[in-house]
Design a protein around this ligand. Structure first.
Ligand SMILES: C[S@@+](CC[C@H](N)C(=O)[O-])C[C@H]1O[C@@H](n2cnc3c(N)ncnc32)[C@H](O)[C@@H]1O
Length: 250
């Protein structure tokens, strides 16, 4: 069911481009809410995920699905679109060191209306940011490129680009307590919701994270108890260009 709030966010696009689509679960959920979309573009740098996303979205819509393996920083954006576009960057922008360049390129594409929707971590102070950063650091991955909502909003404000925002919070249903890694493993084995939230928070299957997950979560406990919440920022940037021709992707 489309809620008024979702409708306001999504608009009425003719084309949806999901850049960094992952396995397409989110795109397929969008497809179920947007039956009027004439075509879907899926892009991810991971070929296996692109194949899964293509299947998931094709199963959710009768519209054509173009699924491409590529880097969203260099996505070939040059095809005429039949109408307003919804460009989705859900939890993908903070993997790209040149995130501002990507946004700049998307926002200056002369599209026939529509909007860019970016979902990012809200702030470096949030539990979700600290957990992702701790896990990334423990795995030897850089954290410097992890752009937050605050950074994107400041960048847009400085350029005088209008935008709207919403904050999404999801919380693990109950406080968590564990003393050692075996205790954490027992919790993970028993609780599907916890595994799902941690997968989202860490961008990885918790089972693959081993000690780095235990270390990161332990560092966030207060008095031996952890209240884990996921706080994301949704930033909606309407296109200002309303031109008829639209050199976007091929
Ligand atoms: C956390 S997942 C998010 C997937 C999906 N958008 C969602 O919200 O469920 C991030 C995705 O971005 C992709 N990604 C990261 N950097 C990328 C890049 N430079 N170009 C294309 N895809 C990228 C990853 O392969 C991964 O599938």
């Amino acid at each position: 069911m489309r809620t008024a709030r979702e409708l306001a966010f999504l608009g009425d696009p003719a084309v949806v481009a999901d850049l960094g689509c992952g396995d397409g679960v989110l795109t397929a959920a969008l497809a179920a809410r947007l039956p009027g979309v004439a075509s879907w573009l899926l892009l991810d740098r991971d070929t296996d995920l692109v194949a899964r996303a293509r299947q998931a979205v094709a199963a959710a819509t009768g519209a054509p699905v173009l699924a491409v393996t590529g880097d969203l920083a260099h996505a070939p954006l040059s095809r005429r679109l039949p109408g307003p576009a919804l460009v989705v960057l859900a939890h993908s922008l903070y993997y790209v060191p040149g995130w501002a360049g990507v946004l700049d390129r998307l926002l200056t594409a002369p599209l026939p209306g529509g909007s860019v929707i970016a979902v990012v971590l809200r702030t470096t102070e949030s539990a979700s940011y600290r957990l992702r950063a701790a896990v990334r650091a423990a795995r030897g991955q850089p954290t410097s490129a992890m752009v937050t909502g605050e950074m994107v909003e400041e960048w847009l404000t400085r350029r005088d680009v209008p935008f709207r925002t919403a904050t999404i919070r999801s919380r693990v249903g109950r406080p968590l307590a564990f003393r050692d890694q075996a205790g954490l493993i027992r919790l993970l084995a028993d609780d599907d919701d916890l595994r799902n939230v941690l997968t989202l928070l860490c961008h990885a299957d918790p089972w693959t994270l081993g000690y780095s997950l235990f270390a990161a979560l332990s560092g966030m406990m207060h008095d031996g108890v952890l209240n884990l919440s996921l706080v994301d920022r949704v930033i909606v940037i309407p296109y200002r260009n309303q031109e008829e021709t639209c050199p976007i992707w091929t």
